[in-house]
Design a protein around this ligand. Sequence first.
Ligand SMILES: [Zn+2]
Length: 372
Amino acid sequence: MHATGLVSHERYFWHDPGSGAGFDAVSEYAEPEPHPESPSTKRRLLSLLAVSGLGDSLVPIPPRAATVEELTSFHTPRYVEFVRSLSERGGGPIGDSASIGHGSYEIARLAAGGGICAVDAVVSGRVANAYALVRPPGHHAEPDRGRGYCVFGNAVIAVKHAQRVHGLGRIAVVDWDVHHGNGTETAFLSDPSVLTISVHQDRCFPLDSGFIEVTGEGAAAHTNLNLPLPPGSGHGAYVAAFERVVIPALLRFRPELIVIASGLDANMMDPIGRMLATSETYRIMARLVIGAAEAICRGRIVAMHEGGYSNAYVPFCGLAVIEELSGRRTPAADPYLGEFMAMAGHELLAHQEAVIDRAAELALRTPAGRGV
Ligand SMILES: [Zn+2]
């Protein structure tokens, strides 16, 4: 059996984005309530890892804070300094639908550093793969502003670290968060060495990105794949998306490392997303990516936690992913799964298949790599 690493840190749960109202900021008639990006979904995933017993078999990877130089491999120095000084002064808004509290700068550096440490552990062979249960999330963050609850681009910084420090060439990012991975796309849109794939709910967030027509620029043509699934897509649509689009693109590109932007908000209980994925959907998506990784890059996967806002269900979706990464099943079965899979909505429907077919054609144009 191989080793799977787990990055986590108590500080991750201390990042305080303030109060919210629904999925947006408090306003005149929108009464404050706890922010949807709360620590509890991630903390409860950690708790389920403990009580299921799976946590005992994972190799702890202690995170370190990313340096300013590492942060500025993606972000502008001005933005990094803005977050630092605002955090010191007690926090506030940092861009579009993103805010921080006191000390969030240090915690966000620890989140970005968690991805770096996971890459170090996987690339050095200390573990076969790793799950970084980091917070705040990162895939919406842009070079000069925070966005969508994200502060620093954790996955982007991890990829750049793998290339700069470990000398890796081609890397792929598979983003299964229900929202479009706009920050990751921005970072690598004209970089032919990184294949970015985002499977998301069509125009959920951000509203102005995630379109299937955006495929990469210049020498990076066809190294960006967007699969905007219609709202209401369930197990059948997600499995088809991975079997027909994501996996063929990965097998063509032959990355040396696969980074998963593991948002668990496509699940059918999520308060923000409108998709119908179950823990079994996440299990199959993970299994398919792991199979591809074993075929092309010795199984090297770093999964970075992103969104996911259902207290009840995020833990079971996350457990399914980490069980697959570690190759171990625990007795902690998803208590909702039977009922959820018996509900309507899991069949692949024609309007979903039409988008998947379009993306599958684009996947065939992914530049072919040589492999490790
Ligand atoms: Zn999300």
